[in-house]
Structure formats: structure tokens, C-alpha cells
Design a protein around this ligand. Structure first.
Ligand code: M6R
Length: 374
């Protein structure tokens, strides 16, 4: 039932404050001790001795994994690699000891992700040294799926049924799962003080309210902006650091539902080739949030502007961001939290561009909700 919404995708974007609130109530209930700042369904043996993480995923789930890897490395201090499941199957890296392998798949049915996990479990089982034993976790929205029959531990993102082929609320649900894991590992690795972990937990508790405001604001702003994309054929999305995967996700969302060619790049990479594409017909969407790479992203955006590109900023309002021709404003939060907010204007912009073009947003051509063949 789409209720008052024109498409399931729009409904599911609007459900994100609710699914975030549910996640907070489950995993960040008030009164958790500092020694356990996040409640996850695992015992100590699950975490014991893990020294590195490998993540296997496809599509949007892989983008969530890239944000997760940033958090696991930069916040929790654990070396983490993300692989396309389809590539990992035929070119797995050499085995490393004490590794947790995480499969991320909202449907729990993606053939490449399941096969890559199975292959990894098999080669680890064949290893004589117990340090190389298989340790696997699945992050999914379908705890009853094939994934859960295959891996010993499941983190259920609990986002509720998602009908639209374009993943939206399951993406933010996967991100939240990684925030939970990063806090849990940071507590054990000692990479962050209890106060730092607590600050992140407190920020996450405020997220549902911020998402609520953001979704309402951007539904209107993106709809107004979408009209300008009637003739657009190519769009570049730029981000850096923890928001680089959000640039990839913005580009994927736009491609899959509006059929507009879009590319996501780490902003600093633009001058190594893609800048040649830019002119007045190629809009550039830049994610620029205060933090370690703010100035850098702004100067990358300036370079695009010098090539006459129309600049759309996903950034806080203020003098620093006056260079953008159009601003999709996001509130100022810590850089750690920012992907959970910057993705919302991306989703809504893609949605409104596709809806404005009269396309079948929920059932885009050539795509299925879960890809159960190789
Ligand atoms: O069910 P999964 O999370 O494993 O699906 C992976 C991809 O097929 C999926 O994310 C796809 O990219 C979506 N259509 C993105 O919106």
C-alpha cells in the first residue's frame, strides 16, 4: 500500500526517520553502560581476536559497506577491505588470519554475495591453522533469507518491506548497522575514548528527528530542482572521505531510475580525467560538509565552476557554500554522522527527476529487486 505517496520509492524515503527511530530504540536504548555503548545481538566470543574485516556486497549494499569500512578503519581502527562480491568470487585476496567476513545484502538473496561468502567459508575451512577459521556475519533486511541459512551471525537492519527496486531505507538501515559495529569494535579496540563513542551514540539518538526535518524540506526543494534536469544527459557527483560512497550512491540512484548517465568520483580525482567532461551542460553535485576535507571539496567544486558546470551543493547553508548555484542544505553534524543525512537529498533528487520524466520509478527497466542469478 503506497498510502498517499505516488510511488513506493517516495514512501520508503519518507519512512527513514521511522526506521532510524526503531534502530535507535533497539540498539541505543537509554541507560547502556559505557562498557557497552551499543546493544548488538552478539556475545564476546564474536568479537574476540578479530584483527581485520573483509566486506562482500553488490550495488547499493556495497556503497553502504564503503561507508562502513571508513567507520571501521577510521573510527574503530580495524583494517577493512570492501570487495565487489562478483569480483571476489574469481579473484579472492590471499587469506589473512583473524578476519571477520561480512556479507551485506538487503534481500539476503543476491547470488554473487551468497556465492562469494560460501567460497570464502570453504577455503578457510580447508586451512589447517585455526587463526584462519571462517568467521562470518550477514547484514540484511531479511533475517529469514538464504543468507541467514548460510552464515552463523546475522545483523537484522529491521527496515521493513522495501518494494521499490531502488534501495533507500535499506541503505540507511545498512549504514546504521555499520555505525553499531564501529562503536562495538571501537569499545573493544580502545581506538576511541568512551566519551567519543558516547558522543556518536548521542548524535545517532538525534538522527530520527533530523531525518524527519530533512525529508520534508528536500521533498519540496528537490521537486523544484528536478525540472531543470529535463534535458540533462550526464551528471557528475563528487564527495570525499566518508561521503565519497554517498557520491557513488547518488550517481547509482540517478542512473537506475532516471536513465541519466551519472558518475560518482572522489572529488580530488576529478582533475585526473573526468574534468574533461565538464561544460555548461554537465551539472556537478558536490557533497561538502564541514570536517577534514571541507575546504578541499569546496576548492574541487570551484574548479568545476571554472569550467562553466552548474554546481549543486549538498552542504550546510552559510558563506562558505555561497559558490553553489543551487543548495540542497543539510544540517551541520559531526563528519562521522554526515552520510546518514547527505544521502537523503540524493535520493529525493533522483526520485523527482525520474518522476518528472514520467518513468516507472518503482520498476525501472532491466532491473529486479533481487538479483538471484550470477
Ligand atoms: O539485495 P542486495 O542488497 O544484495 O542487492 C544488491 C544490489 O543488487 C542492489 O543494491 C541494487 O544495486 C539496487 N537496485 C540499488 O538501488
Amino acid at each position: 500500500d503506497k498510502r498517499e505517496f505516488r510511488h513506493f520509492m517516495l514512501k520508503e524515503i519518507h519512512e527513514q526517520p521511522e526506521t532510524a527511530a526503531l534502530w535507535v530504540s533497539r540498539h541505543l536504548p537509554e541507560g547502556l553502560p559505557a562498557s557497552m555503548p551499543v546493544a548488538l545481538p552478539f556475545d564476546e566470543a564474536f568479537y574476540a581476536g578479530i584483527e581485520r574485516i573483509e566486506i562482500l556486497a553488490c550495488g547499493t549494499s556495497r556503497h553502504a559497506a564503503l561507508v562502513g569500512a571508513h567507520l571501521l578503519e577510521q573510527f574503530a581502527g580495524l583494517p577493512t577491505a570492501v570487495h565487489y562480491a562478483s569480483e571476489f568470487r574469481y579473484a579472492p585476496p590471499p587469506l589473512a588470519p583473524n578476519t571477520l567476513t561480512i556479507g551485506v545484502t538487503q534481500s539476503g538473496e543476491t547470488a554473487d554475495t551468497l556465492a562469494a561468502l560460501a567460497m570464502e567459508a570453504q577455503r578457510r575451512c580447508a586451512h589447517p591453522d585455526p587463526a584462519y577459521a571462517s568467521r562470518q556475519l550477514g547484514v540484511t533486511n531479511r533475517p529469514e533469507s538464504s543468507l541467514s541459512r548460510q552464515v552463523p551471525h546475522i545483523l537484522d537492519i529491521g527496515a521493513g518491506v522495501e518494494v521499490g527496486v531502488a534501495a533507500t531505507k535499506t541503505f540507511t538501515g545498512q549504514l546504521l548497522a555499520f555505525y553499531g559495529l564501529a562503536m562495538a569494535f571501537a569499545t573493544r579496540s580502545g581506538s576511541r575514548s568512551a566519551a567519543e563513542i558516547q558522543t556518536l551514540a548521542d548524535e545517532l539518538r538525534m538522527l530520527p528527528q533530523q531525518l524527519q526535518e530533512l525529508v520534508s524540506l528536500h521533498d519540496q526543494r528537490s521537486e523544484a530542482l528536478a525540472h531543470r534536469f529535463a534535458e540533462t544527459q550526464d551528471v557528475i557527483f563528487l564527495g570525499r572521505g566518508i561521503n565519497y560512497p554517498i557520491a557513488l550512491e547518488g550517481a547509482l540512484k540517478l542512473k537506475e531510475i532516471s536513465y541519466i548517465h551519472a558518475e560518482g568520483y572522489p572529488a580530488g580525482e576529478m582533475k585526473h580525467g573526468p574534468i574533461a567532461l565538464l561544460d555548461a551542460h554537465v551539472p556537478v553535485v558536490s557533497i561538502a560538509v564541514p570536517g577534514t576535507v571541507f575546504e578541499k571539496v569546496l576548492s574541487n567544486a570551484q574548479e568545476a565552476k571554472a569550467r562553466d558546470a552548474r554546481l549543486i551543493g549538498v552542504a550546510p547553508e552559510g558563506p562558505d557554500t555561497a559558490l553553489f548555484d543551487d543548495l540542497l542544505p543539510v544540517p551541520e553534524v559531526s563528519e562521522w554522522l554526515s552520510p546518514l543525512l547527505t544521502v537523503v537529498p540524493m535520493q529525493l533528487l533522483s526520485y523527482h527527476i525520474a518522476a518528472h520524466r514520467g518513468l516507472d520509478v518503482d520498476q525501472p527497466r532491466n532491473l529486479a529487486k533481487s538479483v538471484t542469478v550470477e
